[in-house]
Design a protein around this ligand. Structure first.
Ligand code: NOJ
Length: 556
């Protein structure tokens, strides 16, 4: 298949956060059999593929992103046979399955790290990780590097050496200049490709390569310890977004390309936009998540500029653009996109969602407007489980239930990511709203009852049905359609055509005049009788007068 016609170029990919999707065995934690039993929901939403977060053997210090055995399923989530059943059922439903590979680090419980701990400083077993002697006679860490989750990026072991962990101490970083590390991960790819997976999401793809030449460099007091290092570094930061990471990505791609039909590869690379395009050059990964769109402020100028740049950059390498608004690491966009300028998601979480408090009607409205913007954009769209239900962030979780290591590693300065990870509501009843027979691992708010999948399925005006209609209409948009702005429109709206579809989004608090479209196909809120005005915070899809239309507004 020529790459230009590959399925992932305009796919809708649905992220399943495994521990929070559906609990098959009643232990309060989501699992693979639970997912298999609910895959028809994902197919019904109109997704083409599912991305599963890590389900491998893990002590769960970072909810499974600390992998102890990459070739087995953690008993909490099921068995390899359960994985095979999930894959078979997904394929029966026409869904592809992308799995999460975590190559930057392992768990401290990984066999290699246990060998390294048991071995002496300077031994071959330690060379697969980044062990160093400390400064000042060993008492101080080798450098001033900070971990993403907070605190130093070095942990001391009993014999006095230190090891590097860019995330939690339970996630020691591998040394990717070691040939055994490369060989092992290529084998892991083959293990899952042989089982039939359709692609991989590469966790922390921008962090694997490190400058470990002695002496290691300090970053200084102004160091950028978030991973988007941006301007000034241009590939030479000691560990983020280095130029030499691309050799590693080409190695992954060579392995994946030995399989037919072609498999998809997507990078989690929190690199600056102009650097992100490097990850999708020919021979590297097919796609990279577009976090600029996720971070863009909800105003028409910022959104338009971000959309334009997001379209232009992948075009330069032949990759398809990607779009994402939510995932398991960020505040759900239904809430986040309502925060006033100057209020960061972290600050809002620390206020338990009270400063400001967001009314459910506003949240619902914004979620729906954003959905029609997202799903109109040309390229691949990544949805996060529950966004099709319009779920808000659960900002009010009490301290006692929080589990994300970000909270304690940051000394409470950040609340962490639990509020977007609350188990899904499947129906309005029982102690877990249909998530499973036991009490869920994080408590669900009472508001989840009315937002459950079952409550929304039969309601033609529900957010779930909005997503269902939008994904079906989107199927009529040919892959690689170009986006064209309507330059005549009011500056408070985003107004563009993509093939047979025209999308107009009122990104303002005012009623705004619009050029009426040929025929409204779908709208995020009721439209007024006067076709030439669009209410505040509303998106509408029309048949595109320019694009010629095979689109129909019919109900499904
Ligand atoms: C990115 C993952 O999405 C996040 O959940 C995890 O904590 C870090 N990578 C470390 O693996």
């Amino acid at each position: 298949m020529p790459e230009s016609s590959a399925w992932w170029r305009n796919a809708v990919v649905y992220e399943v956060y495994v521990r929070s999707f559906a609990d098959g065995d009643g232990d309060g934690v989501g699992d693979l059999p639970g997912i298999t039993a609910r895959l028809d929901h994902i197919a019904d939403v109109g997704a083409d593929a599912v991305w599963l977060t890590p389900f491998y053997r893990s002590p769960m210090a970072d909810a499974g992103y600390d992998v102890a055995d990459h070739r087995d399923v953690d008993p909490l989530f099921g068995t390899l046979a359960d994985f095979d059943s999930l894959l078979a059922r997904a394929h029966d439903l026409g869904l592809r399955v992308i799995i999460d590979l975590v190559p930057n680090h392992t768990s401290v419980r990984h066999r290699w790290f246990q060998e390294a701990l048991a071995a002496r400083p300077g031994s071959a077993a330690r060379a697969r990780y980044v062990f160093r002697d400390g400064r000042d006679g060993g008492a101080l860490p080798p450098t001033d590097w900070r971990s993403v989750f907070g605190g130093p990026a070095w942990q001391r072991v009993p014999d006095g050496q230190w090891y590097l962990h860019l995330f939690a101490p339970e996630q020691p970083d591998l040394d990717w200049s070691h040939p055994e590390v490369t060989a092992e991960f290529h084998e892991i790819l083959r293990f899952w490709l042989d089982r039939g997976v359709d692609g991989f999401r590469f966790d922390v793809a921008h962090g694997m390569a490190k400058d470990l030449a002695e002496p290691l460099r300090d970053l200084g007091p102004d160091q950028v310890h978030h991973s988007i290092v941006g301007e000034g570094w241009e590939g030479r930061h000691p560990f983020w977004d280095r130029d030499d990471v691309h050799t590693l990505l080409r190695g992954f791609r060579e392995v994946v390309d030995t399989y037919t039909p072609p498999r998809a590869t997507v990078a989690e690379s929190w690199a600056a936009l102009d650097r992100r395009a490097l990850y999708t050059r020919p021979g590297e990964l097919h796609q990279a998540f577009n976090f600029d769109f996720l971070k863009a402020a909800w105003n028409p100028a910022a959104l338009r500029a971000t959309i334009d740049r997001s379209l232009a950059l992948p075009r330069a390498t032949g990759a398809a653009p990607t779009w994402v608004l939510s995932n398991h690491d960020v505040v759900r966009h239904a809430s986040r996109l309502l925060l006033p300028p100057g209020t960061t998601p972290d600050a809002w979480l620390l206020s338990a969602g009270t400063a400001p408090s967001l009314g459910p009607d506003a949240v619902r409205r914004r979620a729906r407007t954003a959905a029609l913007l997202l799903l109109a954009l040309p390229g691949a769209v990544y949805l996060y489980q529950g966004e099709e239900l319009g779920l808000p962030e659960v900002a009010e979780l009490p301290d006692g239930v929080l589990q994300d290591p970000v909270r304690h590693r940051s000394g409470g300065a950040r609340k962490g990511r639990d509020g977007c990870r609350v188990p899904l509501p499947w129906n309005g009843e029982g102690p877990s709203y249909g998530f499973g027979a036991g009490a869920p691992w994080l408590p669900q708010p009472a508001a989840f009852a009315a937002l459950s999948a079952e409550a929304q399925r039969g309601d033609p005006d529900s957010t779930l049905n909005l997503y269902r209609r939008a994904t079906r209409l989107r199927r009529a948009v040919p892959a690689d359609s170009e986006l064209e702005w309507n330059e005549q429109s009011d500056p408070r709206v985003l107004d563009f055509g993509v093939g047979p579809l025209r999308c107009v989004v009122n990104v303002s608090a005012d009623e705004v005049p619009v050029q009426p479209g040929r025929r409204p196909l779908l709208s995020s809120a009721p439209l007024p009788a006067a076709a030439h005005v669009l209410p505040p915070d509303t998106a509408v899809w029309y048949a595109n007068a320019l694009g010629g239309s095979a689109m129909h507004a019919g109900r499904m």
